[in-house]
Design a protein around this ligand. Structure first.
Ligand code: HEC
Length: 220
């Protein structure tokens, strides 16, 4: 399992492999359902859109002088990584690859406001559609599912408030409340990665992700 794939701070990944595998085995046994994943262009668009939504949020934190010294260093690294994969993601959807050079220049300076404007322009053209992950009125079953996934697979890392570190694991309910639900949904969709058995895709179905979001929104 490569949780938060391609990003710094992957030391804990091995633990999560086991945790998620156990969870998946239990899940498959319980309901024989696996993650519903779109494929083809829709999947590429979704990946690009979620990456841009996360980038926009990270740049906003940098521009707003948020986060400790180490976390900011982690965010710069993550933005650098995101910019390296952006040309490929854009090419897959016949997007505006040429725009990436200006983004790189703004990151190198660094000019956070300029980068924020540029990322925002791209994000508007490739919006992350989170509607299917955001239940307006979550059912009791959805809240119970969210609570149980969180407790069994996420709480160990996310419930202890992290000290300043390169990309710390945060309290997820607090994180949700510090940003738009769309941005949180994009982080959740992009941030949790499966292992080889899921071709590194997010191992959770949309219903499970939406249950997690509903539960984090409820326990603020
Ligand atoms: C082994 C420890 C560990 C476990 C277990 C874990 N995470 Fe994380 N998570 C992290 C760390 C460390 C980060 C910060 C690094 C990063 O953002 O890539 C993080 C970041 C995140 C982020 C934010 C990503 C971003 O873009 O800022 C979300 C959302 C998230 N985790 C959700 C979850 C959920 C949901 C679960 C349970 C299904 C989970 N995590 C389980 C360690 C863990």
């Amino acid at each position: 399992m490569d949780h938060h794939q391609g990003r710094p701070g992957r030391a804990e990944g091995q633990d999560l492999i086991c945790v998620i595998r156990l969870f998946l085995v239990a899940l498959a046994a319980a309901c024989c359902c696996t993650a519903a994943r779109a494929d083809g262009k829709g999947e590429h668009e979704r990946r690009l859109a979620s990456e841009l939504a996360v980038m926009a949020g990270d740049v906003r934190r940098m521009a707003g002088d948020q986060g400790g010294v180490l976390e900011r260093e982690g965010l710069v690294k993550r933005l650098g990584g995101a910019l390296s994969s952006l040309p490929l993601l854009l090419r897959r959807v016949q997007g505006e690859v040429a725009a990436v050079a200006a983004l790189r220049a703004a990151l190198e300076q660094p000019d956070w406001r300029k980068l924020a404007t540029q990322v925002e322009a791209l994000r508007k053209r490739h919006p992350f559609d989170a509607r299917h992950l955001l239940d307006t009125v979550p059912t009791r079953e959805a809240l119970a599912l969210g609570a149980s996934i969180h407790t069994s697979t996420c709480a160990a890392c996310h419930d202890a408030p992290a000290a300043d570190s390169l990309l710390p694991a945060k309290n997820l309910a607090m994180q949700l409340n510090s940003m738009s639900r769309e941005e949180f949904a994009a982080r959740l969709w992009l941030g949790v990665r499966g292992d080889q058995s899921t071709a590194l895709a997010n191992p959770f179905s949309d219903a499970e992700l939406s249950a997690l979001i509903a539960w984090y929104g409820k326990i603020r």
